[in-house]
Design a protein around this ligand. Structure first.
Ligand code: ZN
Length: 131
């Protein structure tokens, strides 16, 4: 499998470095997970808060189909390269859980929005004074 980082218009050398680091032997398996801010520190980039590394990981997963896993433990998540299909199951489950919560949030938000217009005047069971 080839990930084609070099020809991606949205990838820079940092994305390639992050991919190479995570796919290396040093980060294979959950016990070798590394936090986003540690990736930035090791590769000497980003603001040190891990945000840029997390954005790159998201891009690598979404666009380049890199199966980068997140650790199952609570707290700041670490990233690692899976050594088996079982390694990937927690990450898949976490994505599905977040997706389900976001779907419920979106449904509630849009239902509320749709009730707000055109009936905003009845928001509190009575007409809203427009002074
Ligand atoms: Zn890319």
């Amino acid at each position: 499998m080839t990930y084609h980082f070099r020809t991606c218009p949205d990838c820079d050398d940092r994305a390639y470095d992050v991919a190479a680091k995570l796919a290396s032997e040093a980060h294979r398996g959950e016990h070798r997970a590394i936090r986003a801010r540690e990736i930035e520190r090791d590769l000497d980039f980003g603001g040190g808060d891990g945000r840029r590394a997390r954005e790159i990981v998201e891009h690598l997963r979404a666009v380049h189909r890199a199966p980068i896993c997140s650790t199952a433990t609570n707290g700041a998540p670490g990233f690692f390269w899976p050594t088996s299909r079982e390694d990937t199951e927690h990450t898949s489950a976490a994505f599905r859980s977040r997706l389900g919560k976001m779907q419920a949030t979106l449904r509630g938000f849009e239902a509320g929005r749709d009730e707000l217009w055109p009936a905003q005047d009845d928001l509190f069971g009575r007409g809203v004074s427009r002074g």
